[in-house]
Design a protein around this ligand. Structure first.
Ligand code: ADP
Ligand code: MG
Length: 474
């Protein structure tokens, strides 16, 4: 290897790094070496077969192009696995978690509680499986109207047998905070592993990314791939926390590999696949291609059932803790929406009763719950609802709104709908553009400005828009 060749190679690496970004570069290319440069053929090597096949299938064009920019006559890249340099796998991957698990913030991590045993625990170690809460099982999950579908799908996944065909892949569960997504995901994990039928690995998105990238950096890519192979069901929680474009791209390749390999993937997120704005279209469509189920806000009935079941559980440890039915009904009526607040409400009453020894009365509950009782949160408005309501108001079809037609009778309703989407939802302009037939964000911005300008002078239009807002928010 001449000095000039080495210098060319450094420039090629620089070009690759600039193109794919630091993260991807260090995951895939940092350990690639130049072996030889024979006329038109560049011989490169990497330490593992996994890296070789990954680079070949995902980056061969890029690598070739980077070389061509350096030396126009190059027409072939040969990639080999370096022999004899495969370092022994570290017995224990040096996994210090940089991001404390979210579960711990929620105060529910039970130390080293692990659901997986035997062969799966190797994978669990290598990937840094997230802690499981022993209380989050199907037994403690109360089924109601708002979560029945998600529950049924989760049950189906949990009870499928090893060789059953995969029915929905991925199963994608979404909904707001505290509505039971993590509960269902962990229930799947407990049930699957308890039956011994399939191995289920539960990971937060952060853990997944961390395990993935760090496994590659510590040269255990092969071990990582192997350990994933031993998993039948991969469960990923809080997908919305996947950060960084390039790491997401790598995450997606893995997802592809799992799904194509017939392994079940279950994902939870606080938003539907179409709203995961930072993921690219291909990934979003992959995620949406299985079954996406929404968990919606609890109704009062479900809140009461959850409270009753919580009470029953609490009384196993605190037999003299008693909350009369009227108090439970009061809590179910006033503490709205979310499972965490319900839990918090009962915990307060429990603490009070333990500390003072006084019986729990309605009066006490009213006093204690004061700050948990929030004014009704404004309803989350969906872009589809906006399109539907606007289409009906102006007597056009929803397809018209999404179409490229520019006749006046569609243009104005379309602008109104975009304006409402911007003002009633938290969606970004590019996201709104996508949801309106793949329009550019500048088009959306133009529509928003246009309507803002008009409502100032046109009281009829202003009233019309107020009416639409009311319809959507009630
Ligand atoms: P998410 O992951 O959707 O934010 P969690 O699964 O963490 O919500 O639920 C928050 C709390 O509410 C947990 O303590 C959970 O056990 C409880 N919870 C939510 N839904 C139910 C349900 N259907 N039955 C019993 N408990 C529930
Ligand atoms: Mg959760």
């Amino acid at each position: 290897m001449t000095n000039t060749e080495q210098e060319s190679w450094s420039r090629v690496k620089g070009r690759l790094r600039a193109e794919v970004g630091d993260d991807v570069y260090s995951s895939w290319f940092a350990r690639m070496d130049l072996e030889a440069l024979d006329d038109a053929t560049v011989r490169l090597s990497v330490p593992t077969r996994f890296l070789k096949s990954w680079i070949q299938s995902h980056y061969s064009e890029r690598v070739l192009a980077a070389w061509r920019a350096e030396q126009a006559n190059v027409d072939r890249i040969e990639l080999t696995v370096r022999t004899g340099v495969l370092r022994p796998l570290p017995t224990k991957p040096a996994a210090t978690d940089p991001a404390p698990s979210r579960d711990i913030h929620n105060g529910r991590a039970n130390g080293e509680m692990r659901a997986l045993n035997a062969p799966a625990s190797n994978a669990h170690e290598a990937l840094g499986g997230s802690a499981l809460d022993p209380r989050l099982t199907f037994d403690t999950f109360v089924v109601g109207r708002s979560n029945a579908l998600a529950h049924a799908a989760a049950k189906q996944v949990a009870t499928a047998r090893r060789n059953d065909p995969v029915m929905f892949n991925p199963l994608y569960i979404h909904g707001g905070v505290g509505l039971g997504k993590t509960h269902l995901l962990q229930a799947i994990t407990w049930a699957g592993n308890a039956s011994g039928e399939r191995k289920v690995l539960y990971l937060t998105a952060e853990k997944f990314m961390y395990g993935f990238v760090s496994a590659l950096r510590s040269q255990t890519a092969l071990a990582f791939k192997e350990s994933l192979r031993g998993i039948n069901v991969l469960v990923i929680d809080d997908l919305q926390f996947l950060q960084g474009k390039s790491t997401q791209a790598e995450f997606c390749h893995t997802l592809d590999a799992l799904i194509d390999g017939g392994r079940q993937v279950v994902v939870a997120s606080d938003r539907p696949p179409s709203d995961l704005e930072s993921l690219d279209d291909r990934v979003r469509s992959r995620l949406a291609a299985g079954l996406a189920v929404e968990m919606s806000s609890f109704g009062e009935e479900l809140r009461l059932e959850i409270l009753k079941s919580r009470m029953a559980a609490a009384r196993q440890h605190h037999p003299d803790f008693d909350v009369p039915m009227p108090v439970l009904i009061y809590i179910a009526k006033t503490v709205t929406h979310n499972g965490r607040d319900l839990e918090g409400a009962l915990n307060r009453l429990l603490a009070h009763s333990k500390l003072t020894g006084q019986p729990v009365t309605l009066e006490l509950a009213e006093r204690e719950m004061r700050d948990l009782v929030r004014p009704q949160e404004p309803k989350r408005v969906k872009i589809e609802d906006i399109q539907r309501v606007v289409a009906r108001q102006y007597n056009v079809s929803r397809a018209d709104l999404l179409s490229s037609r520019r006749t006046a009778n569609v243009v104005r309703p379309r602008q109104v709908a975009m304006y409402l989407a911007k003002t009633l939802t938290l969606r970004s302009l590019p996201e709104i553009g996508r949801r309106f037939g793949g329009r550019d964000h500048t088009t959306v911005l133009h529509a928003v400005r246009k309507i803002e300008g008009l409502v100032g002078n046109d009281t009829a239009l202003a009233e019309e828009i107020e009416g639409l807002k009311r319809q959507l928010q009630d």
